[in-house]
Design a protein around this ligand. Structure first.
Ligand code: MG
Length: 278
C-alpha cells in the first residue's frame, strides 16, 4: 500500500509553548498532546514520539509492536518525570496487514483523535477518553452541549508517570481513496466538522490539507496548541478490504511485552511518499 502524508503544528495564539508533538514516518503516524506543566508536557509528548519512532522503516506494524511502544513510553515517563503530573495523549495509525490485505491499525489514549475521510464522509474512528464523552455515552449530555461543558478539558485516560497504559485499538480495512486525519484537540475544538471536511476536500495534497487546517484553527482563535497529520492511502483495487465502517470493531489490547521494538530511527523522512508492504 502506498502512503503519502503531510503534517503541521503550531503553538497557537495563547499558549506559552507548543507541548504537542507528532510523528509522520511510515509505518506510524501520530500526534501527542503533552500536559502537566510546560516543561513536563513537552517532554512527555517528545518521549512518546521517540518511542514510536523506533518502528520507522518497517513496512507494517502489529498491535503488539504498537503496545510495546506505549509500554516503553510509560516506563520512560515513570523514570524521567517521576513526581510530576506530566503526561501525554497519543492518537495515531499504523500501516498494518492481515494476509495480503492492507489495514489501518488505529490507536488512542486521551482526547486526540483519528478520523477517516472516505467517499466524502468524515468518520471519527477514535473515542475520546474524556468526562464529556462518558456523559454523552451514558445519555446524560447532548453531543451539541459537550463543547461548552465545564469539564470538557478533563480526560479520563492519559499516558503518564504511573499506571499501566490503556490504549484502545481498532483494525479497519484500508480503502483505495482513504484519507486519515490525526489531530490534537487544538484542531477538533476549534473547527466545526464542516470546516474540517472543506479543508480535506479542497486540498488534494496532504501537506496542503494539514497546513490549511492548522492555519484555520489559528484564525478561529488558536486557543490551544494545534497539530495535524494527514495520511493518504492508495491500495490495489483487487486487494482492497473495503471501506464499510460497519467492519470497524474495537480490539482487545494485545498481550503486553513479548518483543522489543527494533533499532531506533528518528527524525523526519527524506521524502513524504513511500511504498510499503506488498
Ligand atoms: Mg491540546
Amino acid at each position: 500500500m502506498r502512503t503519502t502524508w503531510g503534517s503541521a503544528t503550531d503553538r497557537g495564539l495563547t499558549r506559552a509553548a507548543n507541548e504537542d508533538a507528532l510523528l509522520a514516518n511510515p509505518p506510524v503516524f501520530l500526534v501527542a498532546d503533552g500536559m502537566g506543566g510546560v516543561a513536563g508536557g513537552a517532554e512527555a509528548s517528545r518521549v512518546a514520539v521517540e518511542e514510536f519512532a523506533r518502528l520507522t522503516g518497517q513496512a507494517t506494524a502489529t498491535a503488539d509492536e504498537i503496545h510495546t511502544c506505549f509500554r516503553r513510553t510509560a516506563d520512560r515517563l515513570a523514570a524521567e518525570l517521576a513526581g510530576t503530573r506530566a503526561g501525554t495523549t497519543v492518537a495515531g495509525v499504523a500501516v498494518a496487514s492481515v494476509g495480503t490485505s492492507a489495514y489501518w491499525l488505529v490507536f488512542n489514549i486521551g482526547d486526540s483523535r483519528v478520523y477517516r475521510w472516505s467517499g466524502g464522509i468524515l468518520d471519527q474512528i477514535t473515542v475520546d477518553h474524556s468526562v464529556v464523552q462518558e456523559l454523552v455515552e451514558r445519555g446524560e449530555l447532548a453531543t451539541d452541549l459537550a463543547e461548552t461543558h465545564p469539564d470538557r478539558h478533563v480526560i479520563t485516560r492519559v499516558l503518564g508517570t504511573s499506571g499501566v497504559p490503556e490504549p484502545d485499538y481498532w483494525m479497519i480495512p484500508a480503502g483505495e481513496h482513504d484519507r486519515l486525519l490525526i489531530c490534537t484537540d487544538g484542531l477538533s475544538r476549534e473547527l466545526r466538522a464542516d470546516v474540517v471536511v472543506r479543508g480535506l476536500r479542497e486540498n488534494s495534497s496532504p501537506q496542503d490539507a494539514a497546513s490549511w487546517l492548522v492555519s484555520r484553527a489559528i484564525a478561529a482563535g488558536g486557543r490551544d496548541n494545534v497539530t495535524v497529520v494527514v495520511v493518504d492511502a492508495a491500495s490495489d483495487a483487487d486487494e482492497m478490504g473495503g471501506t464499510d465502517t460497519s467492519q470497524r470493531a474495537p480490539m482487545a489490547p494485545p498481550p503486553v511485552g513479548t518483543r522489543e521494538a527494533g533499532a531506533a530511527t528518528s527524525g523526519p523522512g527524506e521524502t513524504n511518499e513511500e511504498e510499503v508492504g506488498r
